[in-house]
Design a protein around this ligand. Structure first.
Ligand SMILES: Cc1ncc(C[n+]2csc(CCOP(=O)(O)OP(=O)(O)O)c2C)c(N)n1
Ligand SMILES: [Mg+2]
Length: 442
């Protein structure tokens, strides 16, 4: 009734030149469609539906994603290590580039040792990062060290860049008394309050809505910081991924969603995961600025992350980066990827499109690196890894009663009772427990 009255009022005051747009917004525009060709044309110009921001068309056409070209892949370095377009050179100092290379290769060496140690039954589980080193180091290098990081699990290089030490990696994987997580997590579930890296959660996409919420908090605090959320293309199929992306977009949160598209979710190849143009194609649907980069090009990842961070802070909105890469290792030590992909496929990425090799080519061209440097670094880095490994293995496990701590600020009486019962039992039957491997009970 209100709309009709308003429309009639407009007719009374303007004759046939009434404000059609306003009337149409009330939902009764059909009543006036015949009032004159001039006004009909005007109000049919633009759909007025809530949330609509396009135009009317008069030809029936479906949007066919298959007829559109895929989103391009941004790249700075070619496979031979040459910068393709000088204007895209991030102009990083020799020290920074050397740190990038050191971290990428150190990660590789650490992976090899820890993978083998799981195979020998010394730790329970491990996940390697082979092939994805460029996505880790390129993104981490472009962040402020106070930016808050939410990882999935295959981002050890990000932590390494931040300063998580070999000792800390090893202590966590061994769950020993020096582990920051006090031995309460599976291996590779790292976390560090000091380094602003939120502890890894196994259930896929757990970190995504948490990261959006944290980014919202960062926005309210106005400290000039962003959150970055790493996730795999497989995790992007979770409902939580949708919630995270949509909330961040609608609430204008300063967050970088960094998707590592490595071709597989365990044994499921991308062609069986989605029908569209990868994860980047979803950015438009959420209204999020998006870029797809060559994840095996550490400079491209660096430039994209740096620019994404600027967008987050200057425009107060999320950005989506899809970094294309390849998981060269098995999914984890619980997986044998030879059951679902060929050796040739894996060795192609390892030999022909490897992020470490590409960066090394660049450094050699700059005369910053050579075979001698490579040999020396290989020996030195392996020594560092083996030292940390041996020390972590030799350390005791946390005391058995430590598992009762940190649940409540003041221990709940029922929990206290359970702790006493456990202590009594273990003390009375100590011949069945390898207590010498554990820190003393309090
Ligand atoms: C909710 C949930 N479902 C299933 C799993 C088992 N799972 C662990 S990793 C993984 C694949 C994830 O693939 P992707 O996100 O692409 O990461 P990638 O391992 O390739 O780095 C699956 C299915 C899980 N951890 N959580
Ligand atoms: Mg994957």
């Amino acid at each position: 009734m209100y709309c009709l009255a308003r429309a009639l009022n407009l007719i009374a005051t303007n004759g046939t030149r009434f404000n059609v747009q306003k009337v149409a917004a009330c939902g009764i525009h059909h009543t006036f469609a015949q009032q004159g060709s001039q006004s009909t044309a005007r109000y049919e110009d633009k759909p007025e539906f809530p949330g609509s921001r396009s135009r009317y068309v008069h030809k029936l056409e479906f949007l066919d994603p298959d007829s559109q070209e895929g989103i391009p892949v941004y790249r700075v370095l070619n496979r031979e290590g040459t910068i393709i377009d000088e204007s895209q050179d991030p102009k990083l100092s020799r020290a920074i580039v050397e740190k990038m290379y050191h971290d990428m290769t150190l990660l590789n060496t650490m992976d090899r040792v820890l993978y083998e140690s799981q195979r020998q039954g010394r730790i329970s589980f491990y996940m390697t990062n082979y092939g994805e080193e460029g996505t880790h180091v390129g993104s981490a290098a472009a962040l402020d060290s106070k930016d808050l990081i939410f990882g999935q699990y295959r981002e050890a290089g990000v932590l390494m860049w931040r300063g998580y030490t070999l000792d800390q990696f090893m202590n966590q994987c061994y769950g020993n008394q020096n582990d920051l997580g006090k031995g309460r997590q599976m291996p590779v579930h790292y976390g560090s309050r000091d380094l602003n890296f939120v502890t890894i959660s196994s259930p896929l996409a757990t970190q995504m809505p948490q990261a959006s919420g944290a980014a919202y908090a960062l926005k309210l605090q106005q400290k000039g910081l962003v959150a970055i959320c790493f996730f795999g293309e497989g995790a992007a199929s979770e409902g939580d991924a949708h919630a995270a992306l949509n909330f961040a977009a609608v609430l204008d949160c300063p967050i970088i969603f960094f998707c590592r598209n490595n071709g597989y979710a365990i044994s499921t190849p991308t062609k069986d995961q989605y029908r569209g143009d990868g994860i980047a194609a979803r950015g438009r649907g959420y209204g999020i600025p998006t870029v797809r980069v060559d994840g095996n090009d550490v400079f491209a990842v660096y430039n994209a992350t740096k620019a994404a961070r600027d967008i987050c802070l200057t425009q107060n909105r999320p950005v989506l980066i899809e970094a294309m890469t390849y998981r060269i290792g098995h999914h984890s030590t619980s997986d044998d990827s030879s059951a679902y992909r060929s050796v040739d496929e894996v060795s192609y990425w390892d030999q022909q499109d490897n992020p470490i090799t590409r960066l090394r080519h660049f450094m050699v061209l700059q005369k910053w690196w050579n075979d001698d440097a490579e040999q020396n670094w290989k020996m030195e880095s392996r020594k560092m890894v083996m030292k940390a490994f041996a020390e972590a293995e030799g350390r005791k496990k946390p005391s058995p009663d430590s598992m009762f701590h940190d649940v409540y600020t003041d221990m709940h009486p029922s929990l206290k009772e359970q702790m006493q019962a456990m202590k009594k039992h273990v003390t009375e039957h100590k011949e069945h427990y390898p207590l010498e491997q554990y820190d003393k009970m309090t």
